[in-house]
Design a protein around this ligand. Structure first.
Ligand code: NAD
Ligand code: TYD
Length: 350
């Protein structure tokens, strides 16, 4: 079957893995990657697919109504996989408005364009990619299910929760065919080195302090990004309209334990003495409003759509470390320019 698929945010971390997978697996689809190329968007992520006949790039901002109208008119997309967003919690604390602009307003602009251009069509789909952070923070036990009430607690998660609600509202009010997935923390190649795992790898290589927030006891559920891309592929093709699917790694780690594991892998890969990388660990002032624990119950997507993670965490971390060590030029390009200021920020030691 031929399809014209608009992927927003395809130059970012998860988006580039989604685009790579779709371009390779579905040669009869036209994949249009729409991205504003913010500090987090990087076309180097897609060098290996850019010459493919079924791939095209459009440089545009999802908050730009006229541009979105033009994109829908010119390309007659029949499905959207919406990943474009501001995605980093720490930045949302520094600058909440940019998150509201892109994640809330941008999603609304896209929904409006889809609604206008898809009027009367039922063979279309708006797939919204979201986060488990919309559910808030867990105590020591329990899991987020698709029925967990929304309780976002950072400007990032509040903006993503708002966008989820808008997508559901367009489904209920206007009958727009939609599906949503809410995923846990991703890791893997091409992740911007402001997020925990690539930041730690980068700092270990450079022998810089490893800033662990608070006591390092916060818990995250980690999923290999290619397993997330596989889940998105399945939800896109088989997900039921109007439904939400939680995606997770069944893989909870306290931050400090994860950082120690990473340090051990890095010592081995860099042929440094055991304990060398761990000596860089520095406890710093906690993130404001830091959510304690996220954990996903992914049994719905597992039972209904047959998806489950393919990779053990330690194997995934090894692969991730190897990728960063083999691509110093990628890190060098992405950490220069507009990122440099943010990266030079001062931490307050505990
Ligand atoms: P990312 O920050 O790496 O990439 C975001 C992409 O969106 C970039 O290419 C950027 O240029 C683009 N973008 C930003 N603002 C834009 C705008 N106004 N118009 C067009 N493009 C714009 O993010 P990511 O980690 O790949 O996350 C992708 C999506 O997945 C986001 O919606 C995020 O909320 C969601 N998500 C991420 C995680 C995670 O662990 N990273 C987990 C669950 C869900
Ligand atoms: P992050 O990768 O920013 O993802 P999120 O906040 O969306 O879960 O952070 C993952 C965890 O690691 C989170 O509990 C905050 C913590 N963290 C640190 O301890 N130090 C750091 O430098 C960063 C970036 C995160």
């Amino acid at each position: 079957m031929q399809r014209k698929l608009l992927v927003t945010g395809g130059a970012g971390f998860i988006g580039s893995h989604v685009v790579r997978r779709l371009v390779a697996r579905y040669p009869s689809y036209q994949i249009l990657n729409l991205d504003a190329l913010t500090y987090a968007g990087n076309l180097e992520n897609l060098r290996d697919v850019e010459a493919s006949p079924n791939y095209q790039f459009v440089h545009a901002d999802i908050t730009d109504e006229a541009a979105m109208d033009r994109v829908f008119a010119d390309h007659v997309a029949d499905a959207v996989i919406h990943l474009a967003a501001e995605s980093h919690v720490d930045r949302s604390i520094l600058d909440p408005l940019s998150f509201i602009r892109t994640n809330v307003l941008g999603t609304a602009v896209l929904l409006n364009a889809a609604r206008k251009h898809w009027a009367g069509r039922s063979d279309v789909l708006f797939y919204h990619v979201s986060t488990d952070e919309v559910y808030g923070s867990l105590g020591d036990i329990g899991f987020f299910t698709e029925d967990t009430p929304y309780d976002p607690r950072s400007p990032y998660s509040a903006s993503k929760a708002s966008s989820d609600h808008l997508v559901k509202a367009y489904h209920h009010t206007f009958g727009l065919p939609v599906v949503i997935s809410n995923c846990s923390n991703n890791y893997g190649s091409h992740q911007f080195p402001e997020k925990l795992i690539p930041l730690m790898i980068h700092n270990i290589v450079q022998r810089k302090p490893l800033p662990v927030y608070g006591e390092g006891l916060n818990v995250r559920d980690w999923l290999w990004v290619e397993d997330h891309a596989a889940a998105i592929d399945i939800v896109f093709h088989k997900g039921r309209l109007g439904e939400t699917y939680n995606i997770g790694g069944f893989n909870e780690w306290k931050n400090i334990d994860l950082v120690h594991l990473l340090c051990r892998i890095m010592d081995r890969k860099l042929q440094r003495e055991a304990g060398d990388s761990a000596s860089l660990i520095t406890y710093v002032k906690d993130r404001a409003g830091h959510d304690r624990r996220y954990a996903i119950d992914a049994s719905k997507i597992q039972c209904e759509l047959g998806w489950s993670p393919s990779l053990q965490f330690e194997e995934g971390l090894e692969r991730t470390v190897e990728w960063y060590l083999a691509h110093p030029e990628w890190v060098e390009h992405i950490t220069s320019g507009s990122y440099a200021d943010y990266y030079q920020r001062q931490y307050i030691h505990r």
